[in-house]
Design a protein around this ligand. Structure first.
Ligand code: SF4
Length: 445
């Protein structure tokens, strides 16, 4: 099985969790002699790891699935698998719609990839068989170490699934209930990443704050503290934090940690209590304000970023103005802004009061103008300060400019100097704060 090198082409869509899962799938495939390629024409296996958070993501995936039919015609030995959220949701309907798909693996079955591919390869000579492996609530895949991309930052999933059922979100239906990995498995993986030269890890989950509620071996604050002690790791990050589960213990762990970065990504989604209730977010703006006060009191200088949804069903002009006021009050360092789009299969898609598209776009535009202004003002406060930056590599547009991040997660650009290496920490003086980046110069020594 392993004597012949085969090539796999990954097509990965969606969130950071999907990219982290693709690395783990690649790790499994390496064990049976696969290398990855960028060229689909050369591939022996094409693996599409899908997202279905938005209806448009699904339409795009179907378009891509259609394109792969030609490759299968030209190279009948080519294997084609669809995995992840859309595979979970559509299951064997995918094969009915596109019979050139060889296998479908749901979100809880990614650990079966190696077995399924081996099975199909051994049957290639005979009749083509379809495999569909989708379970309602998957077990935890401890499928070996990932084949990591990059050289500095490693993503480490700590839990899978979500119990929260926000009314706009399909994730709990396709990723199942929360399942936490065991702390020793996570730590082993972080140690392995450190031994391979990675300097930063990001602990990943749909809601990391509820880590360990199932197995009770450690809570998230304890896990963070353990990760902080792994030799060689200089930075520990985490995402995403649900505000309803953010604990004082977690804030204290960030304050006390040596390598735990002072950055909280705390999605508020909206600034109106009526909309938060309709979203089933399970906190009020007042409770959220208390969290922000605690973070700023206990971890001075921490950055705060968020996600916002504009145009949720029932959002009135007054709700929207309340959201703008909330942003003026909280003053986030940055916000990821989204237009609400109905996702079939979620309760919000059936709510009355869907907001017309032009109104949504107009509100989003106003929101972005305001947030960009706030982000710029937040960054301007850093003018003249010296920031510790982890060097990530060269800028995409200019190889003489280097890029890295502050502990607070802000992107910094500066002219490359002799002797600087990726993965090192550098002291950069901020000379030109902008809306999305900080430009600076390296301090001697
Ligand atoms: S917390 Fe809400 S938005 Fe996040 S994955 Fe779970 S249901 Fe979706």
């Amino acid at each position: 099985m392993t004597d012949k090198m085969r090539l796999v082409k990954f097509l990965v869509y969606g969130c950071q969790m999907n990219f982290a899962e693709a690395e783990r799938m690649e790790g499994q495939l390496r064990g049976i002699g696969f290398e990855s390629t960028e060229d689909a024409e050369q591939a022996d296996l094409i693996l599409m790891h899908t997202c279905c958070v938005r209806e448009t993501a699904e339409d795009k995936a179907y378009g891509k699935i259609g394109e792969i039919k030609r490759l299968k015609r030209e190279k009948p030995s080519l294997l084609f698998g669809v995995t992840g959220c859309m595979a979970q949701k559509e299951s064997d309907a995918l094969i009915r719609r596109a019979p050139h798909i060889d296998f479908v693996l749901g979100t809880g079955r990614l650990g079966e990839l190696r077995r399924v591919v081996e099975e199909l390869l051994s049957e290639r000579e005979g009749d083509c068989q379809h495999i569909v492996d989708v379970v309602e609530d998957g077990t935890l895949p401890e499928e070996g170490l990932p084949a990591r991309q990059g050289a500095v930052s490693a993503w480490v999933p700590i839990m899978y699934g979500c119990d929260n059922f926000c009314t706009y979100c399909i994730v709990p239906y396709v990723r199942g209930r929360e399942r936490s990995r065991r702390p020793e498995d996570i730590l082993r993986e972080i140690e392995d990443a450190a031994a391979k030269g990675f300097r930063e890890i990001t602990l990943l989950g749909q809601n990391v704050n509820s880590y360990g509620k199932d197995h009770k071996l450690a809570d998230f604050a304890e896990l963070l503290t353990m990760a902080d002690k792994v030799e060689g790791i200089k930075r520990v990050r985490f995402m995403t934090s649900h505000p309803k589960d953010l604990s004082e213990r977690l804030v204290a762990a960030v304050r006390e940690g040596r390598h735990i970065c002072e950055h909280f990504h705390l999605p508020v989604q909206h600034g109106s209590d009526a909309i938060l209730k309709a979203m089933n977010r399970n906190y009020t703006t007042e409770k959220y304000r208390e969290l922000v006060r605690a973070i700023r009191r206990e971890v001075p200088g921490a950055s705060l970023t968020t996600d916002l949804i504009v145009g949720f069903p029932g959002e009135t002009d007054a709700d929207f103005e309340t959201l703008l006021d909330f942003l003026r009050e909280i003053r986030y360092d940055a916000a990821y802004t989204f237009l609400y789009s109905p996702r079939s299969g979620t309760p919000a898609a059936k709510l009355d009061g869907q907001v017309p598209d032009e109104v949504k776009h107009e509100r989003l535009e106003r929101l972005m103008v305001l947030q960009n202004q706030i982000s710029l003002e937040q960054n301007q406060k850093l003018y003249g300060t010296v920031q510790e930056v982890l060097i990530e590599g060269t800028s995409r547009t200019d190889e003489n400019i280097w890029t890295g991040r502050t502990r607070t997660g802000k992107i910094v650009l500066w002219p490359h100097q002799e002797g600087e290496c990726i993965g090192e920490l550098a002291q950069i003086k901020i000379t030109q704060p902008q809306t999305w980046v900080l430009k600076g110069e390296r301090m001697e020594g």
